[in-house]
Design a binder for this molecule. Structure first.
Ligand SMILES: Nc1nc2c(ncn2[C@@H]2O[C@H](COP(=O)(O)OP(=O)(O)OP(=O)(O)O)[C@@H](O)[C@H]2O)c(=O)[nH]1
Length: 411
């Protein structure tokens, strides 16, 4: 018997926790994985494998425009109808700010308030073409500085700037007449357009129309992701779900350069060299809804995780806690998209696997049209386990999404 110090406990065999018996099949059982048999390598440690940020240098094979699937308009006899609010909530963008990202691309974070809940929902806007009407509309008594502080400015802020409007940009650039579209685009300034049907919600004040924007027709329907908050998957490296990876992938796709001549690296617009990191991207919007845990909140989701460790799947766990399997609705997202000028005939391309989301985001009167769906295939499947979240928990989670939530994950 070795000499242990007095405080040492006698060596005992640690209690072997019985492994929970899961009744669900895993994704591997469903034969949807590209790899057969070879389990992907485990995550090393969250400290060394932070969630991926959208990056131009991540897997070049995926640097193409995303594959999308046309969405048929809804028919009367469709079986299960999504939960739709009778009327859309009122939403308004309180403030926005430019966020340079680790990839060199910039995005504008828009913070929204609404009259349906007291949460701060967000719109993460990529590219220069999408602007919030409620943000741009003038507010009583505000100064130009107030407008710049709340983000209702055109172009880029710089020390000493005194005016939020486009004329100021022209003067600073020494451009007497109306600058070219590509020059404005390089400055992140939307082109001035006459008020259109799509801008019918804007205020008719001259300031608002001056900075009205439109998403260029040649870019096709803008790419949109409606993303529900997931603290565990996006912040603390959880491998129980693929939420963090989905957020990264959406941002990456929206940062891909737009297929226009101006997007050629090193291209020049007049005398102005456009830095490649600032080349215009196709852009798009991630509507980030504070719907933690499919709407049940973090506390309840953590309880659900414990139930999952006791052998239940993600849907059963919600039901055992007396919550719906999915407690979300998408009226806020619809209203935010309208405020961002994405209503109307042209429609949007929605990045999702969730069939309910496709219909629900269209709103009670089809205010938004989802004309194409872009599937979100887990990165581990696309890369044969080299990248992305993998492990038994996420496999069970994905299997339940396919089997019980009817997610269209096989493409
Ligand atoms: N209640 C509960 N919520 C979860 C769990 N795992 C992730 N979530 C939440 O699920 C939401 C994301 O939903 P998903 O089902 O992954 O995806 P989706 O938004 O329905 O569909 P996609 O658009 O295809 O991603 C986020 O709010 C997460 O916090 C879980 O085990 N239990």
């Amino acid at each position: 018997m070795p000499d242990f110090p007095a405080h040492a406990s006698p060596a005992i065999t640690p209690l072997e926790a019985p492994r929970p018996q899961y009744r669900d099949r895993t994704v591997s059982d469903l034969k949807l994985n590209h790899e057969d048999g070879n389990a992907p390598p485990p995550l090393i440690s969250p400290a060394f494998t932070p969630p991926r940020t959208p990056s131009a240098d991540t897997d070049q094979r995926h640097d193409r425009q995303p594959r999308s699937i046309p969405v048929a308009p809804p028919s009367e006899d469709e079986g299960q109808q999504p939960r739709l609010l009778q009327r859309l909530p009122n939403v308004w963008c309180e403030v926005r700010a430019r966020i340079p990202t680790t990839t060199g691309q910039e995005m504008f974070l828009h913070l929204y308030h609404n009259d349906a809940d007291d949460k701060e929902h967000l719109a993460i806007v990529f590219g220069p073409h999408i602007r919030s009407k409620s943000l741009d509309a003038p507010r009583p008594g505000e100064t130009e500085r107030d407008r710049m502080i709340r983000g209702a400015y055109v172009g880029t802020l710089f020390p000493g700037r005194t005016n939020s409007r486009v004329q100021q940009i022209r003067q600073d650039a020494g451009v007497a007449s109306r600058p070219s579209a590509s020059y404005l685009s390089a400055l992140n300034v939307p082109e001035q357009t006459p008020p259109s049907a799509a801008s019918q919600h804007s205020s008719d004040h001259s300031e608002a129309t001056e900075i009205d924007s439109s998403y260029p027709l040649e870019l096709g329907p803008p790419l949109v992701r409606i993303h529900s908050e997931c603290y565990t998957g996006e912040t603390v490296w959880s491998a129980r779900c693929d939420c963090g990876e989905q957020l990264d992938e959406a941002a990456r796709l929206m940062s891909l350069p737009a297929p226009t001549p101006a997007s050629t690296p090193g291209s020049e617009v007049g005398e102005h060299q456009i830095p490649s990191a600032k080349l215009p991207s196709c852009g798009g919007v991630i509507i980030y809804l504070r719907q933690e845990g499919r709407g049940i909140g973090l506390k309840e989701k953590l309880k659900a995780y414990n139930l999952q460790d006791l052998g239940h799947d993600t849907m059963e766990a919600n039901l055992l806690l007396r919550h719906p399997g999915d407690a979300r609705s998408y009226g806020l997202a619809t209203a935010m998209l309208l405020d961002l000028g994405l209503g109307g005939e042209r429609g949007i391309k929605l990045l999702t696997n969730n069939p309910e989301k496709v219909r629900a985001v269209e709103g009670p009167n089809r205010e938004i049209r989802v004309v194409e769906r872009v599937p979100m295939i887990p990165l581990a499947w696309k890369t044969g386990g080299k990248m992305g979240v993998h492990g038994p928990e996420v496999e069970r989670y994905l299997a339940t999404k396919i089997e019980k939530f009817k997610h269209m994950l096989s493409g």
